[in-house]
Write a protein that binds this ligand. Structure first.
Ligand SMILES: NC(=O)c1ccc[n+]([C@@H]2O[C@H](COP(=O)([O-])OP(=O)(O)OC[C@H]3O[C@@H](n4cnc5c(N)ncnc54)[C@H](OP(=O)(O)O)[C@@H]3O)[C@@H](O)[C@H]2O)c1
Length: 329
């Protein structure tokens, strides 16, 4: 029978999520990969319980996480809630999302009220929950009026099926519009979830300042560029890695010769700082004032522990930041 570690809140740091009552752990764990059929349930359980024991209270899901991308991660997470974590429900901040293709026909994708309402009901059923803490619209829908999507989010909060709502993958102007609509509807946007890492810095061009200005929190996904910003690919592609798995984007997106050259230089700088590259890449994301939390993935307890230790060294000198910029140009 699982008993959470008594010292679980001693080391983790928490930061206020925008202008809200919610505190997020500076490191949160996502269940996109490794939490479907990719890994035995027992290994998933070990990662999740170790995370909670380290003070990671926030777990991020979506309707399409895990393999197959049809709710498997939510189903497995539901199992682990039932067997172990459920008794700590009031200490957990659980999020899910809808926005990508989930079921056939015109109502299983994008941003209609019809899709969002049905998808959240399915997610709650799979996880065995009465409510989630955060429900996100997963990506902007170019065709559905934004007002309809935001109205659906606001109504989901009124129905008590989510305590807060957020947006993900919205550009700066789209985020501004969404935040304003939600404000007018009396349900503030709690959080935005953009992709942000040393290689993908688009959020610096306006989005971060929009979030700060509007009191919206920010949790950055793929902070390790799916594992590329670690030392694992320095000598080729290990068999046990995301890049070696079929259908993943890490190789094509992040492992060109040019990128590998940058990764080697960043690795040297990390070692000079006394950090692994993974830890430096996470500390670097956390240096941004707008960033509430880094949303990591992990395929083992060892990785989870290594990444979480980024909190031991969050400071950068101006010289180090300039060196990183010069490597990345
Ligand atoms: N909103 C969205 O559209 C969206 C999109 C993508 C992700 N997300 C969220 O963000 C979460 C994290 O995304 P991500 O998995 O791409 O994040 P990430 O942290 O950039 O990459 C995680 C992967 O990097 C490797 N890794 C992690 N820690 C390591 C360490 N200390 N040393 C060496 N390798 C390490 C592992 O890959 P190996 O398998 O190779 O070991 C791990 O699965 C997702 O689970 C999801 O919740 C959201």
């Amino acid at each position: 029978m699982y008993q959470a570690a008594e010292n679980r809140y001693e080391k983790m740091e928490y930061k206020r999520c925008g202008r809200s009552g919610v505190l997020l752990p500076r490191v949160s764990l996502g269940l996109w990969q490794n939490f479907g059929l990719e890994k035995p349930l027992q290994e998933q359980r070990e990662i999740l319980l170790r995370a909670f024991d380290m003070g990671i209270t926030h777990f991020d899901l979506a309707n399409n996480y895990g393999s197959p991308a049809l709710g498997k991660a939510e189903e497995n997470f539901g199992e682990i809630l039932k067997s172990d974590l459920g008794k700590y429900r009031d200490e957990l901040l659980i999020s899910t999302k809808a926005g990508f293709d989930m079921w056939p026909g015109p109502y299983g994708n994008w941003g209609s009220r019809k899709y969002l309402m049905a998808s959240l009901d399915q997610s709650l059923m799979r996880m065995g929950l009465e409510y989630v803490d955060i429900f996100y619209h997963h990506r902007p829908d170019p065709e559905t009026p934004l007002e309809e999507t935001m109205r659906a989010l606001a109504d989901i909060v009124r129905q008590g099926k989510a305590l807060y709502v957020g947006i993900s993958n919205y550009g700066d102007q789209e985020a501004r519009d969404a935040v304003l609509l939600l404000k007018e509807m009396g349900v503030p946007c709690l959080i935005d979830q953009p992709r942000y890492n040393m290689f993908e810095r688009g959020a610096e061009d306006g989005l971060f300042s929009t979030l700060l200005e509007n009191g919206v929190g920010c949790i950055c996904y793929s902070p390790l560029a799916q594992g590329a910003l670690t030392d694992k690919y320095l000598n080729g592609i290990p068999q046990e890695s995301r890049a070696a798995r079929q259908g993943t984007t890490v190789g094509g997106r992040y492992l060109s010769e040019e990128r590998l050259g940058q990764i080697r230089q960043l690795n040297e700088l990390a070692l000079e700082r006394g950090q692994s590259l993974a830890r430096m890449a996470l500390s670097w994301v956390l240096r941004e004032e707008a960033v509430t939390s880094v949303l990591i993935g992990a395929s083992s307890v060892r990785q989870l522990e290594d990444s979480t230790a980024c909190l031991d060294n969050l400071k950068f000198t101006q010289e180090e930041l300039e060196k990183i910029d010069s490597i990345l140009i």
